[in-house]
Design a protein around this ligand. Structure first.
Ligand code: NAD
Length: 486
């Protein structure tokens, strides 16, 4: 008998296998071993979940917002004692290092449930002074059944955002977890299940082309909230267009970091490395993967970056000494390697550190890729234009401020950007000129709750990380106009 742990879908308050009894193996990128199996959910499972969410919706909608908020806060408290266990689960299933990433991600989920729990009763409307006899007021009403889809790179953070924001506003939810990293998400759902009425939250695991398609095309789903690649985002938007349902899309990025000549300093190097999300193997939508460094400092700056990166320890994500774990799966590993090969083949570029991953030794046992920096890249090369979603940084030299802004904007993405200089005028001029939803000046950290975070251009539509984002993404606005003269 197999001893592989088995996880199930959560539908209508119960844990169930897929109706067709098919399964997906979850493989750990640490060592390529199967660590669990999860249901290969499909159309029927999604239909069961959407129907359950539809039945649960009126009761949840009519629960006082304060009471909904209190339940979300209780969920936050209940997750807290499990940070270590769930953090280890993330590290094991998606390869993010426990110390530098995975543990913090679960703490972030705790903060998310607290945040949205505390703003649940802020779903206020307005009154408008139309004239003396008319009372016109607006209501923020939940939309109904929300279909939410998350990727594998920050599965717990992103699933928690969607669960907490949608539920705080009074919607019910069907969540499709990513097939590559569903386990920690199911652990979060399990904790939520102790507090929520049956059907309010449902979670189905399965492939995008099966469970994902079933969810985005289901006629009873009234809102789609998707985080993932731009290619799939386009498909989600097309499915939403068929039924005219609102859609929020948080998609990819190929984000610029601009280093001015006065910023050839260690703290900038540290910030650039953080901004590139090397300790997440570059697997972040906000990774600043195009590094524009002024010609006059490029050699010395790259030398400092290289020295800094050479100290990062790549290895088993569960090892406390590890800074940087493994990329998520074979497909992603092959994709990143193909970009590295392409860079290596271009005679004009040079590799400052990293390159092809080792084919023997302990790092060859999992999907480990060392931090890699290419210097002398042109902004229009494929390696500088496509989202690699791996630990590969492209250094592009520049001379003129206008030129660098033009190059930074010369991409179909527009998610985030970073500007590094002591000159505040230059910094703000550049921040305002860049087409991106989030520009950081002299800092390189991750999204903070309360920021209405999201993308320009093909990086997405809508905002979800804040109270305003919750109102925009998960409520409908209704006006009621009353003639008081009768
Ligand atoms: P992906 O688009 O391949 O998959 C994301 C999710 O969509 C998965 O759950 C997948 O099963 C599902 N899916 C795939 N095809 C589908 C379909 N036809 N219909 C419905 N669902 C489908 O992305 P990924 O490789 O898992 O994640 C990496 C991408 O996510 C990167 O592009 C990254 O930039 C992006 N991302 C964006 C943000 C953001 O906030 N903007 C955050 C994290 C990740």
């Amino acid at each position: 008998m197999s001893t592989t742990p088995e996880f199930r879908n959560f539908i209508d308050g119960g844990w169930v296998a897929a109706r067709n009894d098919e399964w997906i193996d979850v493989v750990s990128p640490r060592n390529r071993q199967v660590i669990a199996r999860v249901p290969r959910g499909g159309e029927k499972d999604v239909a069961d979940a959407v129907e359950a969410a539809g039945r649960a919706f009126p009761g949840w909608r009519d629960t006082a917002p304060r009471a909904r908020g209190r339940l979300l806060q209780q969920i936050a408290d209940a997750i807290e004692p499990h940070i270590e266990r769930i953090g280890r689960q993330i590290a094991d299933e998606n390869g993010n290092a426990l110390r530098t990433q995975a543990r913090g991600e679960v703490q972030y989920a705790v903060d998310v449930f607290h945040y949205f729990g505390s703003v649940a009763s802020e779903t206020k409307g307005e009154t408008i002074p139309l004239n003396a006899h008319v009372l016109d007021y607006s209501r923020r009403e939940p939309i109904g059944v929300v279909g939410a889809i998350v990727p594998w790179n920050a599965p717990v953070q992103l699933a928690s955002m969607k669960i907490a924001a949608a539920l705080a506003a009074g919607n019910s939810l069907v969540l499709k977890a990513a097939e590559d990293a569903p386990l920690a998400v199911l652990e979060i759902v399990k904790i939520c299940a102790d507090f929520l009425p049956a059907g309010v939250l449902n979670c189905v695991v399965g492939y995008g082309t099966e469970a994902g398609e079933a969810l985005i095309t289901h006629p009873a789903v009234r809102k789609l909230s998707f985080t993932g690649s731009t290619a799939v985002g386009k498909r989600v938007m097309a499915a939403a267009a068929e039924r005219i349902v609102p859609v929020s899309l948080e998609l990819g990025g190929k984000n610029p970091q601009i280093v001015f000549p006065d910023a050839d300093e260690d703290w900038v190097v540290q910030g650039v490395v953080t901004g590139m999300r090397f300790v997440r193997q570059g697997q972040s939508c906000t990774a600043g993967s195009r590094l524009f460094v002024h010609h006059s400092i490029v050699d010395s700056f790259v030398e400092k970056v290289t020295a800094h990166l050479s100290k990062l320890k790549v290895g088993d994500p569960l090892d406390e000494a590890t800074d940087m774990g493994a990329v998520v799966n074979q497909k992603q590993y092959d994709r990143v390697c193909s970009f590295i090969d392409e860079g290596l083949q271009r005679g004009e570029a040079r590799v400052a550190i990293g390159g092809r991953p080792p084919s023997e030794g302990p790092l060859s046992e999992g999907y480990y890729i060392e931090p890699t920096v290419f210097v002398g890249i042109e902004n229009d090369w494929r390696i500088a234009q496509e989202e690699i979603f791996g630990p590969v940084l492209c250094v592009i030299p520049w001379d003129d401020e206008e030129e660098v802004v033009r190059m930074a904007n010369d991409t179909h993405y527009g998610l985030s950007a970073f500007v590094w200089t002591h000159d505040l005028g230059k910094a703000l001029r550049t921040a305002h000129a860049i087409d991106a939803g989030w520009v950081q000046v002299n800092q390189g950290g991750g999204q903070v709750l309360g920021q209405s975070y999201g993308g320009y251009k093909q990086s997405g539509i809508g905002r979800e990380f804040s109270l305003e984002g919750m109102l925009e993404s998960f409520t409908e606005r209704k006006h009621v106009s009353v003639d008081t003269s009768h």
